[in-house]
Design a protein around this ligand. Sequence first.
Ligand SMILES: Cc1cc2nc3c(=O)[nH]c(=O)nc-3n(C[C@H](O)[C@H](O)[C@H](O)COP(=O)(O)OP(=O)(O)OC[C@H]3O[C@@H](n4cnc5c(N)ncnc54)[C@H](O)[C@@H]3O)c2cc1C
Length: 460
Amino acid sequence: MSNQALVQEFQRILGKEQVFLEETDRATYAYDAAVLEPVLPALVLQPRSTDELGQVVRLCHENSLPLTVRGAGTNLSGGSIPGRGGAVVLTTALNQILEINEADLYAVVQPGVVTARLAAAVEARGLFYPPDPGSMAVSTLGGNVAENAGGLRGLKYGVTRDYVMSLTFWAASGETVKTGSRTVKCVSGYNLAALLVGSEGTLGVISEIILKLIPLPADRRAMMATFSKMSKASETVATIIAQRIVPATLELLDNFTIRAVEDYSHAGLPVDAGALLLIEVDGHPAVVAEDADKVESICRQLGATQIHVARDLAERDRVWSARRSALPALAKLKPTCVLEDATVPRSQIPAMIQALEAISRKYNLPIGTFGHAGDGNLHPTILTDRRNKEEWARVEAAVDAIFEEALKLGGTLSGEHGIGTAKSRFLEKEFGTGTILFSKKIKAAVDPHNILNPGKIIGC
Ligand SMILES: Cc1cc2nc3c(=O)[nH]c(=O)nc-3n(C[C@H](O)[C@H](O)[C@H](O)COP(=O)(O)OP(=O)(O)OC[C@H]3O[C@@H](n4cnc5c(N)ncnc54)[C@H](O)[C@@H]3O)c2cc1C
């Protein structure tokens, strides 16, 4: 089909107003939250039903047109930057919460539902959808599934993968594929949901998601522990875990990040602290009281200079929203903000923190470190200006060094932000050639025309 005929066919399926051809419209979808070169899509399509979505996929397949699905475009690894000459397919109009089932504890949603909207809708019914990426106010559930997003509560409650009961998706060639069920247990067929979760739009286009819900915890207690040094805070994290306490949230902020966040959010953080731990325990009130006491005493033993327990919900929310603003607060300081996601076993957090400090000195770069320390997932953030070529070369070398160190400590390249194009060249180093070859074979088998988000994860 000629390009013009193809555009006309998309317009017939979707309606003219759902096919964006103007460069000014397309430019909005040329980038995501990663520091990578934008790529202008050839066209942008916005289906309004799952059936339209399927027809779009089929037409792309028949015409070997690369397609990149896009939720909110907040991913940090280049996953929603389109392939050259390809289409961007938006899920933003597929934004219905189709069902919240209180008897069987699940929700059925379309992929474009914003994460925070589902969280609020279920919370209003005394239920809980725990995965809470820092971007949840805008990120979509389709994007969360495709990235296997984590969040602040990953330590106790796990990540998106742990809540996916069933997926319906369009295969590259346009057939509907269903996997999983509304039941708690289901071992019918291959576990295709496990394959799709974290596949970054490379293996199928998700059109419907069934997510597990759990009861809302009866009680919560949030506290902030102040330390004079990062080393003391990081040892405290490792000790809390080693003492078999699993807080819902255990976040670490270094002094650089504390000052940036305070400047941005005015939440009352202690700007002179060397490091902060933001901790929340939740569950039955008796367990909450016991765990909070234990955590407090560990913090004191390991040298916390101050421990402040949130007095009410408003204070608790203020601290968590300040923590969620860490990335925008840091990003404001310099033209380019490189946020990494290397993750290590929890016992190695102190070693990783030391390594980050050494890397910052060696490459003479400011690195703000914050993150979900309780699950070993740190976000060392380098502030720079990409236009400064000499400095940028040091940034790239520092990022390589961060990955090397994480792998050396038994960790992984990415705890939650995905591989996209940003980290695909490092993947072989983590897993070896056999894994890359096997992954390429799966991709070639399910997407023979290589239309689904080409170039991402395994680089083809
Ligand atoms: C300030 C900030 C804070 C963040 N905090 C966190 C955090 O705490 N934890 C975390 O894990 N991430 C975090 N992120 C990263 C990001 O928000 C997540 O990766 C999120 O899951 C992306 O959702 P999205 O809707 O923006 O997806 P997009 O960025 O639009 O897409 C992400 C990937 O999913 C694919 N995709 C989207 N929809 C579909 C679909 N229907 N079918 C198939 N593939 C699809 C896309 O092609 C792309 O590869 C943060 C980002 C920012 C900017």
